[in-house]
Design a protein around this ligand. Structure first.
Ligand code: SAH
Length: 237
């Protein structure tokens, strides 16, 4: 699975992808994550070169119809997405196979993300393009242009709250979808779906002492009685 992230803030991903299971999955090439920053695609009047040599690349502009906040402009976002599509097309020509591409747009009013959606995309696609919005959102014509190009996008929300950007949602999807990719989870971290899991878990010591009080592991878990343990876990789900 190759994740292509369209974001103004690629560095935000470094620490999360640099540790633990996802870092291992990237190192072992089970998953791949690439970044495309719309800011690097800014041209024309939105690119200003100052006398001191500094360059400003402006990615946002004021909303038509008024209102607070700024809107991420369509052009640099589309150029970033097109650069991914071009790369994938070139690759598929070389390999003589069409890449399976899904484009996902993040929105707090989109379809609620779930494990079943994660499974579905992990099973069907080899390339996911995730578009991270910022400010008041992205010019709606990005989706319209993509649709005209033959790419229907999915609008996905990770929950009923509004975040400042799509970067956290993208990390949530990378994490959850990667779990569905073969070989990402080691044998000690197997998929929940394949075993009886519970949200109440314990490890050593058997008795935890805190300020003179004893906190014990439920007896059933120490019993070695498989059937009773599974039943207890089911109840605790
Ligand atoms: N006014 C916009 C909200 C913009 S929030 C609206 O009502 O749609 C800025 C960006 O953060 C969004 O474009 C989206 O990419 C991301 N975002 C915020 N909350 C999110 C959520 N719950 N799920 C997915 N993406 C979210």
């Amino acid at each position: 699975m190759h994740f292509h992230i369209i974001t103004l803030f690629p560095e935000m991903f470094d620490s999360y992808l640099g540790e633990s299971i996802l870092a291992r999955a990237i190192k072992e090439k089970k998953i791949q994550v690439s970044f495309y920053n719309p800011r690097t695609f800014v041209s024309g009047k939105y690119k200003r070169v100052w006398p001191d040599g500094n360059v400003s690349r402006i990615v946002d502009d004021r909303p038509y119809g008024g209102g607070p906040g700024m809107i991420l402009r369509a052009e640099p976002v589309l150029k970033a997405i097109e650069s991914v599509l071009k790369k994938l097309e070139a690759k598929s020509k070389k390999q003589k196979a069409r890449p399976q591409i899904k484009i996902i747009n993040f929105s707090p009013s989109g379809k609620k993300f779930s494990t079943s959606y994660a499974k579905q995309v992990a099973g069907k696609y080899s390339n996911l393009i995730l578009i991270c919005g910022r400010y008041e959102g992205i010019d709606a014509r990005v989706k319209k242009v993509l649709r005209a190009m033959g790419y229907a996008t999915d609008d996905i929300s990770i929950g009923e709250y509004v975040l400042t950007g799509g970067e956290l949602p993208a990390m949530v999807l990378i994490d959850s979808i990667s779990r569905q990719v073969k070989g990402v989870l080691g044998k000690y971290e197997s998929l929940e779906e394949e075993r009886v899991s519970s949200s109440e878990v314990y490890t050593r010591p058997e008795v935890l002492l805190h300020e003179g009080k004893k906190f014990r592991v439920p007896k059933v878990l120490l019993s070695g009685h498989r059937k009773n343990i599974e039943e207890w876990k089911k109840k605790k789900q």
